[in-house]
Structure formats: C-alpha cells, structure tokens
Design a protein around this ligand. Structure first.
Ligand SMILES: Nc1nc2c(ncn2[C@@H]2O[C@H](COP(=O)(O)OP(=O)(O)O)[C@@H](O)[C@H]2O)c(=O)[nH]1
Ligand SMILES: [Mg+2]
Length: 317
C-alpha cells in the first residue's frame, strides 16, 4: 500500500491488518476509515453502528485461546494457587501458561514450578528470561505467546486469579479490545494498600486520565488481557514496573479500544514486592514522553525482523 499515514488509528491498523478497509475505536466512539488506491477518506456516515462493530472486531475477529504470562521471583504457594484457580475456571480457553523466571528466582519457586510442570506437561511453558527485571520478563512472554490473546498478571495473588474467567468472557464479546481490570471501578477495591499510597495512586490516575483524555480509572495495574496482534505491533521500552503503565498509554494513543472491568486487590502474604515507592517516579517520565511522542515511533515497522518472524507463530493470523 502506498499512502501517507494520516491518523493514529491507521498507523496501528495498517500494521495489524492488510485489508483495504480498516477500523479502530476509542473508548467512547467508533470510527471507520477506508483505504483504497492511496486515498484515505472517512466514511463514517455510510455504515450502521452494528456493521461498524462487526468490522472493528475483524482486527482480531475471534477469541481463540489465551496465553497467560506469570513472572515468578519468590512465590510458591501463591503461584500454585494462582495456576489452580485459573485452570479450574478456564482450562478450555488456555493455550499455555508461560512462567518466566530469572537468576534471582528462589529455589522454593523453582521447586513449585517443577511440580506444576509434572502435573501440567505442555500446558506449562517455562522460560528463563534474558532481558532484566519484571518488564523484561513480561516482554519476553509477549514474544513467546501462541494464543490469539495474552493475559499479563502476577503470581503473588495480588492479581486475583478468579478474574481471569471474567477477562476471557469480556474478550469473547470484544475480541479486538484490550480488557483491563480496575481497582477503582465500582465493585473493585484495595485491601492493605496503605492510605498514603492510595491517595497518591488516585491522584496519579486522575492526572493521567486528564492528560490522555481517557475515562480509564486504573492505568497502572498489571492485570490485563490483550489481543496478541496489538502487543506484537508496538515497540516496548520499559524493563521495570513502568512497563505496566506503558502497556496502556501506548494503546490509548494508538486508538485501541480498552474496556475496564472491576477487580479486587489484596496485599500479598508470601514473598515481597520488587518495586519501591520512589521508583514510581519513573512512571511520570514515560507518561509524559508517550503523551507527546510521534505515533510512528511507537510501532514496529513491517520490515522489522521481529514483526516478520512473529507472523508464522501467531495463530490469530
Ligand atoms: N521473572 C521475574 N519475575 C519478577 C521480577 N520482578 C518481579 N517479578 C514477579 O512479578 C510479579 C509482580 O511483581 P511485584 O514485585 O509483586 O510487583 P508489585 O505488585 O507492583 O509490587 C510478582 O509475581 C513477582 O514475583 C523479575 O525481575 N523477573
Ligand atoms: Mg505484587
């Protein structure tokens, strides 16, 4: 195709989909663009809303299966419980559980993983990360995933595994959307988060929701479901916890539909957090940078070796 990219929606959609008619939505509205012979025109008024929604879903037309990424540092019982609850509720929809470990993962965790591997066989994929930190672990999980969709979560029970079934249910209804969980939505909550942290979290969410013109209420919680195509189209930068914020702000800017469902957060009882309160300042840096960055800088080029090599492993195509 030979044309100039004129909107954020097109940039992403072109990389996701080669058909001449492409669509995108924001949280509040749908738009349609028709790309034909180098001419781009908005044909919004030509379609009925339900037809538009059908076409929109054609970006990732159906939910087929989900790859769940579980980074592990020091969890044993929490990891086993997480896996058991997920499989109990949703085994038919799971492509694989990708457990990502590093050199610092505890011996206890490695033993728990070995025992899960014995029980689950090929359903469990164990990966030793090469990139550093939690962001590196998650990003390598994105590259490995074979499902049409991916869930990013933790193995310390702070991301309530019961909500996996809700994420999948919502994704079946909206396969091209990102489904995010929110602790701030009605029906969600925090237990044991600490008053100062809670106020700081609320202020942060409000500030960035205004800056990004979004109604999302929880942009920092690392518990979301993504269409695999979306993850493979975007260039990820962060290696530490700010990746959890980056994975929502880049899709917002690129016009990907994001739907929030409520969830509960409860402080872990095993192991410890590997984030520090002060390190949260790094979230501001990526928050401001991405807000004003050119859209083309956020996308993997089609000619990029990575984008091409993903094609044959991505079942959603
Ligand atoms: N593989 C891997 N897992 C990690 C790393 N850092 C944290 N995790 C895991 O990622 C999940 C989320 O990390 P955590 O430190 O609890 O983040 P917080 O809840 O935001 O404080 C937990 O299950 C951790 O065990 C890392 O460097 N590598
Ligand atoms: Mg945690």
């Amino acid at each position: 195709m030979n044309f100039q990219i004129q909107s954020k929606a097109l940039t992403l959609a072109i990389l996701q989909h080669n058909d001449p008619i492409i669509y995108y939505s924001s949280i509040s509205r749908y738009r349609q663009y028709n790309v034909s012979g180098g001419v781009i025109y908005n044909s919004n008024s030509l379609q009925q809303p339900d037809e538009k929604e059908d076409r929109l879903n054609s970006l990732t037309p159906v939910f087929q299966s989900v790859s769940i990424i579980l980074p592990v540092m020091d969890e044993t019982i929490s990891l086993t419980k997480t896996v058991e609850i997920i499989l109990q509720e949703s085994i038919a929809d799971i492509e694989e559980l990708i457990i990502v470990v590093c050199d610092r993962t505890s011996d206890g965790s490695m033993a728990a993983i070995a025992s899960l591997k014995e029980r689950l066989g090929e359903l469990l994929v164990l990966h030793h990360q090469k990139l550093p930190f939690v962001g590196g672990a998650i990003r390598e999980g994105f590259d490995l995933a074979r499902g049409s969709h991916v869930i990013m979560m933790a193995s310390d029970l702070e991301t309530d595994p019961v909500a996996v079934a809700n994420l999948i249910g919502e994704s079946k209804r909206h396969p091209s959307a990102i489904i995010a969980t929110s602790r701030w939505l009605k029906g969600g909550n925090f237990t044991g988060y600490g008053r100062v942290k809670l106020i700081a979290n609320w202020l942060f969410q409000r500030f960035f929701s205004i800056l990004y013109h979004t109604r999302l209420t929880d942009m920092t919680f690392a518990y979301r479901l993504f269409p695999t195509r979306v993850l493979r189209s975007i260039k990820w930068e962060e290696l530490k916890h700010p990746l959890f914020f980056e994975t929502v702000i880049k899709p917002i800017r690129l016009g990907v539909e994001i739907i929030e469902i409520p969830t509960t957060w409860k402080a872990r009882t095993e192991g410890q957090s590997h984030n520090s309160f002060l390190r949260n300042l790094a979230y501001f840096k990526i928050g401001f940078r991405v807000r004003f960055a050119p859209l083309s800088s956020m996308l993997i080029n089609q000619s990029d070796g990575n984008a091409v090599s993903f094609k044959h492993t991505d079942k959603s195509k």
